[in-house]
Design a protein around this ligand. Structure first.
Ligand SMILES: Nc1nc2c(c(=O)[nH]1)N[C@H]1C(S)=C(S)[C@@H](COP(=O)(O)O)O[C@H]1N2
Ligand SMILES: [Mo]
Length: 438
């Protein structure tokens, strides 16, 4: 730690420590992807084993010559092959071929932090408390995590989690924010209690309309009075059987980066409503007004606008259900395949609050579509798996496109959906390249 202290001076906020940025073990070598921005300097210094005297002159994104030749993969602790989009706050996505598992393992779930997550030392599951309060809460209650586990019925469900900004990188004009391609989606299995049981325990007043969370993460500015994010859902969504407060993921304790020791999961909506490091639940008599509920955050124009249009805050509407979407997880894009053999492709499809009715594949740029074999979801809000055997007519370059349709007949757009200022809800068809050879 000593060696990197010099670098701290570069930051307005000295309280941000290298280990909070969660680069694997501190001695791990970092490579190209680690050096996206100046904010990577702490880790850069840690990796070089020396401070960088002229660091303030370094162009953002410059890869130090000491590392520019290495092919070693950047490593994020507990993660396997994720692409780092930002290191402060940490944001990383999963390449499509690493989303092949039916149940997303912890090592392959994308990461989206808006602030600085609590450090491991401050997270003690035995001492963790949850407070339920708010204007429309009958009686403010504080319970420990152990009481939550002991006093309420447990439920285990596989629930999809997708960032509202997944796919943002394809919009034009571009939108600010993490440039997610297709990898801000996953569908792990979660264990916990129903949010509705906990709300009923504290009591819901007649005038309740919204349920919101607060977590123990800190604002990037370091200001303890500010929260990085605090969002919520309308009461009806919070009361759904599948809205959970969870402590386990895939039968293991929730990893710290995914919200340990307790998080909320309200599946089908932008994952920003699924609060991590959960310390407070608010039963509100109005639409919640916490950070990232207002303005342009997680909102899209109420009426369609031309690309590039500035839209006033009052004309922006809160995103609710995520749109129908699908992904090809096998094979990975760019493979070479022999003409003689059929190719069995596979992947997942999901549709926010709804279910997927059909998934189609095309190998001729969308001129013809073949119906794939689609499984039913294991439970509501779990993604569905599809497979299809493809026969290619001759050698050459192909693209396989995949398109899902929900049970209301809504289909994925082939190119891009409606442009919006912040680049949310891109559910355009996923496509991969395949070279067919004799
Ligand atoms: N307390 C807290 N909860 C949070 C966030 C956060 O920054 N802080 N990020 C939200 C957003 S925008 C997303 S997309 C999901 C990401 O969950 P994951 O990192 O476990 O994949 O968590 C949500 N819950
Ligand atoms: Mo998100």
């Amino acid at each position: 730690m000593k060696k990197i202290m010099g670098l701290h001076k570069l930051y307005e906020n000295n309280s941000v420590l290298a280990d909070e940025i969660l680069w694997g073990r501190k001695s791990d070598p970092l490579t190209r992807r680690g050096f996206l921005r100046k904010s990577g300097l702490i880790s850069m210094g840690a990796a070089l084993g020396a401070s960088i005297p002229f660091a303030s002159n370094m162009p953002a994104g410059l890869i130090p010559a000491a590392f520019s030749q290495t092919d070693q993969l950047f490593e994020l602790y507990g993660k396997d092959g994720l692409t780092l989009l930002n290191d402060r706050p940490v944001n990383a996505e999963t390449p499509p071929h690493l989303l092949d598992d039916k149940v997303t393992p912890a090592s392959r779930l994308f990461i989206r932090n808006n602030g600085i997550q609590p450090s491991q030392e401050t997270v003690n599951p035995d001492k963790w408390e949850l407070t339920i309060e708010g204007e429309s809460c009958v009686e403010t209650k504080t319970i420990t995590l152990n009481e939550l586990k002991n006093n309420f019925a447990h439920h285990t469900l596989q629930l999809q989690l997708e960032c509202g900004g997944n796919g943002r990188s394809e919009f034009f004009p571009p939108a600010k924010g993490n440039q997610w391609s297709t990898g801000a989606i996953g569908c792990p299995q979660w264990t916990g209690v129903r949010l509705s049981d906990v709300l009923k325990y504290a009591g819901i007043k007649e005038d309740a309309v919204y349920v919101a969370y607060e977590g123990k993460d800190r604002h990037l500015s370091g200001d303890p009075a500010k929260k990085p994010i605090s969002r919520g859902v309308p009461l009806y969504k919070a009361l759904e059987n599948e809205s959970l407060l969870v402590w386990d993921m895939n039968g293991e304790p929730l990893p710290l980066i995914h919200g340990a020791p307790l998080r909320m999961i309200c599946s089908g909506w932008p994952a920003s409503v699924s609060g991590k490091w959960l310390s407070k639940i608010l039963i509100r008599d109005q639409i919640h007004d916490g950070p990232k509920m207002n303005g342009q955050s997680y909102r899209v124009p109420c009426k369609p606008v031309a690309p590039g249009t500035k839209v006033a805050d009052e004309d922006m509407c809160i995103i609710e259900s995520m749109p129908v979407k699908s992904i090809i997880t096998y094979p990975r894009s760019g493979i070479i395949h022999n003409l003689k053999n059929k190719l069995r492709i596979r992947g997942h499809a999901w549709a926010g609050d709804f279910s997927v009715k059909n998934v189609y594949a095309s190998i001729d740029f969308g001129a013809n579509w073949q119906l794939t074999q689609l499984e039913k979801p294991i439970n509501k809000f779990a993604w569905q798996h599809w497979i299809q055997d493809i026969i290619f007519p001759e050698t050459g370059y192909y693209e396989v496109w995949i398109r899902a349709e929900d049970d209301y007949g809504n289909s994925q757009p082939v190119i891009l959906p409606q442009w919006n200022p912040r680049g949310y809800l891109n559910n355009a068809c996923h496509r991969i390249a395949i070279n067919i050879v004799a």
